[in-house]
Design a protein around this ligand. Sequence first.
Ligand code: SF4
Length: 300
Amino acid sequence: MICSKCGQRAILSQRYSGLHLCQDHFVEDFERRAAETVRENDMVKDGERIAVAVSGGKDSTALLLALAKILEGRNVEMVAVTVDEGIAGYRDDTIKAARSICERLGVEQRIVSFQEEFGFKLDEIVAGKNEAPCTFCGVFRKSALNRAAKLLGATKVATGHNLDDEAQSVMMNYLKGDIERLLRFRPRREQPGLVPRVKPLRDIPEKETALYCMVKGAYTESRECPYAQLSLRADVRDMMNSIERLFPGTRQSTLRGFERIAAMAKGKWTGIDLLKCRKCGEPCVRDLCKACELLERLRL
Ligand code: SF4
């Protein structure tokens, strides 16, 4: 397989674009697309301090590497936030990897844990329960990240969500018929107490974030989270991977289709004004935030 741009040996065949890319042209293409997403969506302004969510997995590692490159020479500061959910036999390894990439890039790292923030490890929270661990994990992680970003004086939170994640989230909301959540998925207007989130890798497939880490010498083999298979997302991921194999470009069209719906809803659905949680003060939809609601249930 020969690179479509220079005739060197290709390391990637992008079925959705029809291009074959050698190592140098793949890196160039990856960073160009991430930079375009950042620029076109006005994700980062000069003078900002960005809290980058770095778990140590391939997506967040690729995010930190790409942002370090894209923002080079700009007046933008980065600080890494690593959330330790308390998942035995899984998170410890990725935390080591997160520490290593932060040290390599000279980025300050702050580790926050569910244990310190909420008084429980995820393993303790889900032991003996029938509910999907990801439900608890997602709520507590969002809350921990937002709190850490505020404490660190960050103006944005950047996460490593890739194209696969984004297309899966859109599809999951379609399947649940949750249109309100679906529309909340597009960039939100700013709300007090909520540090705006950006996803610079949202247009890049997961396979390419792993390859980018490999060619940048930052790939660490890590196990999948032991709870990942217990979620609806795992089924949606398998379904979308099968469709993508048959019809390359389906993930992109899923996301573009959602963006067209969001554009049509613009002005008609303005979202809700967030309130302040009566217990912890974090922004929320009702008077008690989801994290405090779950904590109350756990302490019953
Ligand atoms: Fe948390 Fe679920 Fe991700 Fe595991 S797969 S880290 S439980 S959200």
